[in-house]
Ligand binder design. Structure first.
Ligand SMILES: [Zn+2]
Length: 187
């Protein structure tokens, strides 16, 4: 029985230069865009993030789009592979600094007098001339206790990863230093 070769269906007039890497070719890194799904757990096995229900995350290898310890774990793997990696806090978002918890008057916050605050809320403060994200840890009558540590500071992180795609970056992506399209930069 002879099977007809599937037609390639390549429109040469509109080639995107974004070529999938052969399914059997291990990831080599630089110049590749990797798409993956992930679930992220902290050291108490609490799921803190997941890409489920979203397009896979896309990143251009070597451009800081993901934690470098996670990025390295992709090397040598194939599309379709899944793996799990635990990254110690020092290689993730760094140690937790207790002194980064501070008390600030509500009236110093944007719309502070009117706004209702709640613990866990992310706010932005101006500190040393920089706008910085902070997490509210406690709400008082006149003051807020806020924490400017990264929400994942001091945590060892476990990523469960499934590799959804590997392709060569386009010239535009290489020039911009990031991946384009769903799960990457949109512009
Ligand atoms: Zn771009």
């Amino acid at each position: 029985m002879t099977e007809k070769q599937p037609s390639q269906n390549v429109d040469t007039a509109t080639t995107t230069e974004s070529k999938d890497v052969a399914a059997s070719a291990p990831i080599t890194g630089a110049g590749q865009v990797i798409a993956f799904h992930y679930d992220l757990y902290d050291d108490a096995s609490v799921q803190v993030e997941s890409s489920a229900g979203h397009p896979p995350v896309q990143f251009l290898y070597g451009q800081g789009g993901v934690l470098s310890a996670l990025q390295e774990a992709f090397l040598g793997k194939l599309k379709g592979d899944d793996f799990s990696i635990t990254i110690p806090s020092g290689l993730a978002y760094g140690r937790y600094y207790p002194e980064r918890v501070q008390r600030v008057p509500k009236k110093n916050m944007d719309n502070g007098a009117k706004q209702r605050f709640h613990p866990g809320q992310i706010v932005h403060i101006n500190q040393n001339g920089q706008r910085q994200a902070a997490t509210i840890v406690k709400v008082g009558k006149f003051n807020l206790d806020i924490d400017t540590n990264h929400p994942m500071a001091g945590k060892d992180l476990t990523f469960d990863v499934k590799i959804e795609g590997v392709r060569q970056a386009t010239d535009d992506e290489l020039a911009h230093g990031h991946a384009h399209g769903p799960g990457g930069h949109q512009h």
